[in-house]
Design a binder for this molecule. Sequence first.
Ligand code: G6P
Length: 490
Amino acid sequence: MALTADLILANRAYLDHDAPPGPGGAPVAVQGGLLAAVRPVIAPWVGGRGTTWIGAGRGPYDRDFVDAAGWEQLDTPRGPLRHRRLFFDDETWRGHYSQVANSFLWPLFHLVREPLPAITHYYPAPHEPDREEWDAFVRVNRAFAEAARQLPECRTCWVHDYQLALVPNALREAGYGGRAGFFLHTPFPDLEVASDFLDEHGRDRLAQVVRGILGADVVGFQGEPDVARFIAAAAELAGAEPVEGGARIDGRRVDIHAMPVGIDFDEVVAAAETGVVPADLRETIDPAMPLVVGLERADFTKGIPERLRAVAAAFEAGRQFTYVGVAAPTRQGVPAYRRLDAVIAREAEHCAAAAERAGGAFIQLRAAIPWDGVIALQREADVVFTSSLADGMNLVPLQAVAAQSLRPEHSRGVVITGKDAGVAAAFAGYEKDGLVPVDPLDPDDMSRVLEAALAKQLHGISGRLVTAVRANDARGWATRFLTAMEEFAC
Ligand code: G6P
């Protein structure tokens, strides 16, 4: 029998209620790496069994749908989901989400190799939280742990991502009696690189985060390099003792594994079968020229300015192609994201002018377009150009492989990925199968790879790559994690 998740704790709810109850008020499903990976593994809530999901209530109409304790039953494509929302006041949420999770931990955790804030002019230095902000983070994490403790029928608790990094240890402190797992969807940083941006205080916060994660029985990361960096940090910051397959701390064992996430392959193929490119973008696309697409959340880890510079350079060299960029607004309350918007707009202006001189076509949208429109663009593209400076996995290349699997093999395009994205490590050895790594910080490398892709000098997406992406889908990933939880023996 397939293993299913018992209790899932994620900062994000399964979905946000963006409209009031009533006709036309259907809830909107939120997309994003974490949700895309976790959603396929929920089990329907039937007869008092199945998956329970606990997330924060951030949708504007959430309270209209839940009981006094935040509970509701959601209808999902996989059946009913037992769901609870935890509500926090605005000040607590600002400290937890905007300041600690996304101004401190998110930029810090992506420092896997390069001191990015010192190299680029827009990547923010991790913001060291003040006492109020940190206390808010602790409060939210404790609230999640307490909510889990109130569900003794859930024997395994799967905690997701950096926003809830203190939860595993908080579960112990709260007296939760089940087994706890933690999966980090982002990379884990290199302690030496990260230390350049931390004073004593910041280092102490990171130590608390590491101890928080070590409260779990099973910890999963996207790749072996993350495991190695975490174990080194756990030894140095928390005094954990590295052992085969994990670490020991406070007399207990923590299993630590690399388990790269996957996508729901069939769901992407289904969207690719019917999805259409939105009309305004279709108008820009000249079918006589190669189509290059860049699609993601507008995040400073995604290397969007670097990519746009390579695109402008290709137009300046006289190359004729269409570039369609869609950067979906994200985390708008966090200052670094607003700064990034301005940088992207400036680079896009140069691109548009260069495209016009070259007789190419260019559009860069700052908008979220429907998901099946994104998948349709991935299906149509000759080049799916991603360029993350660092990334936990980056599901875009995997979605593009699934979407292009509908095309005959000889006509498929290529996917470019930043070399420090998890997907590059997970699919190392597939460079000649249509998944080409690039160094986003090296303009010559970016131009060389884009030029080779446009000149059709690179192998397109092969059947071998399609098979590999399908084999490591979201369900397989979750099964590996849940099996590790089952097999955990203290
Ligand atoms: C992306 C990242 C995840 C993260 C999520 C949070 O999907 O890949 O690691 O948990 O964003 O999204 P949010 O919109 O809640 O900040």
